[in-house]
Design a protein around this ligand. Structure first.
Ligand code: SAM
Length: 255
């Protein structure tokens, strides 16, 4: 099964329907404020990324990885970064271009799979900004390897991630008011649990990643961890929100 192709179709569908909050472009006022230095972006559902995670953003070469949708990408460009948006979904990239054309921003868009950044030379970027999206790839190791390769030494990777415990529960059932029962062993893969049903519903296929894959994997790929925080979601998004922070963010420096 071609996971990348299916997830492209799924995200194109989410973007066209406008029902996913992660596909809605920011309004012109947000870009206007960002141009004056008043801006923030998220890697996880709620908390703003600390400004010191970016350091000096003006003029830095920034790869926005799986960050399409007309949200963080145009804000970071308005804040002064030289942004390349790399995403699997043409529709998500189209939303970045829509804001760029509407508000006169300079940014590049490239379509592809985050596990293969071969379109970029080694040492191309100062920052990689990756909002929670690694749940859509089955294997993190090539993603971290490629991020390290395209970053200059001393460059920074910011990544948002889902706590793997989120995937122990049947979220379709929970959303219907079902009991909070541990159902799935980890690591979770949609491929193991009736993927055809999700495919038929136009839903993206998801994968949990162990903390070893997420944190240990970064260290093995040549990063050191220099920042971390957890974040909640909302009770509307998931009943699990009442029990645990469902996501976290990592700042890693290329050594
Ligand atoms: C939750 S959205 C993140 C972007 C959003 N602007 C945000 O605020 O977080 C997940 C993104 O990951 C992208 N994506 C999924 N699988 C991908 C892959 N294998 N390579 C690159 N991008 C991918 C999707 O197309 C989508 O734009």
């Amino acid at each position: 099964m071609d996971i990348v192709a299916h997830n492209r179709t799924a995200w194109n569908g989410y973007a066209r329907s406008g029902e996913s909050e992660w596909t809605l472009p920011v309004p012109p006022e947000v870009i206007g404020k960002a141009r004056k230095g008043d801006w923030s972006v998220i890697l996880t559902p709620n908390k703003a990324v600390p400004a010191d995670w970016f350091g000096e953003i003006r003029g830095c070469d920034l790869l926005a990885l799986a960050s399409g949708g007309g949200q963080q990408v145009p804000v970071l460009a308005a804040a002064g970064a030289k942004v390349t948006s790399f995403d699997n979904s043409d529709e998500q990239l189209a939303r970045d271009r829509l804001v760029a054309e509407r508000d006169g921003l300079d940014l590049a868009t490239v379509q592809g799979d985050m596990a293969d950044l071969s379109v970029f030379a080694d040492d191309s970027f100062d920052r990689v900004f990756n909002p929670a999206s690694t749940v859509f790839v089955p294997d993190l190791e090539p993603v971290w390897r490629e991020c390290r390769r395209v970053l200059r030494p001393g460059g920074r990777l910011m990544t948002g991630a889902m706590n793997p415990a989120f995937f122990m529960f049947d979220h379709d059932d929970l959303d219907k008011g079902g009991p909070m029962l541990v159902r799935y062993p980890l690591p979770f893969s949609d491929l193991d649990h009736n993927p055809q049903a999700r495919i038929d519903q136009g839903e993206a296929l998801e994968f949990s990643h162990s903390l070893d894959a997420q944190i240990g994997g970064l260290i093995r790929a040549g990063f050191r961890i220099i920042g971390f925080y957890e974040d909640d979601w909302s009770d509307e998004a998931t009943p699990l929100n009442r029990y645990m922070p469902t996501s976290f963010a990592i700042l890693a420096e290329a050594v």
